[in-house]
Design a protein around this ligand. Structure first.
Ligand code: PGA
Length: 247
């Protein structure tokens, strides 16, 4: 049986003071439910580690360099993230694909860098509205995930997949549970092409306007194993409600 997992993606939000209050509220309010974590901006990893060590809340980063070291100004390596005991690193978020022109091949290299450093990449896949309307959803997400699987081989068992339809991110429009389940089932079938037993254990999260009022229904679907939460992860009460919906 897969455990539910709810991960907050803080994006470009936070400050030392705001983070302390948010993380304090989450830790104080936790009462069972899904496993949980927060992916914070890199400068706040030391703070997250200090405040969350010994708590049930994991932490991680939102991106990573595909390179191990060298002349790559501004980049942060997987080993650096591992130095702060990150458990998860998001790779291939649609905002990075769109605003930083990240290809699926680059995303795959980043996922491998994360695996090599002993952490779990949260590999994001998802179609744009135009792609959905053109009937290309299945092909788009298959290609995005396929690039990672081609490099990861059997190590795919260590990844977390996040299906995030681009048109649902930050828009208040959520995929219906049935729409999301259909894609999640396809993604799991694709994982099973490498190893059916491992595929049954991989957590596939849904992301895109998941909120307290729709989380339980989404997570009740057989292949939706939790959520990657943007906006609603910035308020302790909302984030806790989603975690608690993942019983
Ligand atoms: P949202 O973002 O919950 O604000 O839609 C999700 C994400 O981008 O990971």
């Amino acid at each position: 049986m897969r455990r539910k997992l709810v991960v907050g993606n803080w994006k470009l939000n936070g400050s030392l003071a705001a983070n302390a209050s948010l993380l304090g509220g989450i830790v104080a309010g936790l009462d069972g439910g899904a496993d949980c974590g927060v992916c914070v901006p890199a400068p706040y990893l030391a703070q997250a580690q200090a405040l969350l060590t010994g708590s049930p809340v994991s932490w991680g980063a939102q991106d990573v360099s595909a390179h191990a070291a060298g002349a790559f100004t501004g980049e942060v390596s997987a080993a650096m993230l591992a130095d702060f005991a990150c458990r998860y690193v998001i790779v291939g978020h649609s905002e990075r694909r769109a605003y930083h022109a990240e290809s699926s091949e680059l995303v795959a290299k980043k996922a491998i860098a994360v695996l090599d450093a002993g952490m779990s990449p949260i590999v994001c896949v998802g179609e744009t509205l135009a792609e959905r309307e053109a009937g290309q959803t299945v092909v788009v997400v298959r290609n995005q995930l396929g690039a990672v699987l081609a490099l990861a081989g059997e190590r795919f068992a260590q990844i977390v997949v996040a299906y995030e339809p681009v048109w649902a991110i930050g828009t208040g429009k959520t995929a219906t549970p049935a729409m999301a389940q259909e894609v999640h089932a396809r993604l799991r079938a694709q994982l099973a092409e490498t190893n059916a037993i491992s595929a049954g254990a991989v957590q596939i999260l849904y992301g895109g306007s998941m909120k307290p009022d729709n989380a339980a229904e989404l997570m009740a679907q057989p292949d939706i194993d939790g959520g990657l939460i943007g906006g609603a992860a910035l308020k302790a009460a909302d984030f806790l409600a989603i975690i608690h919906a993942g019983k």
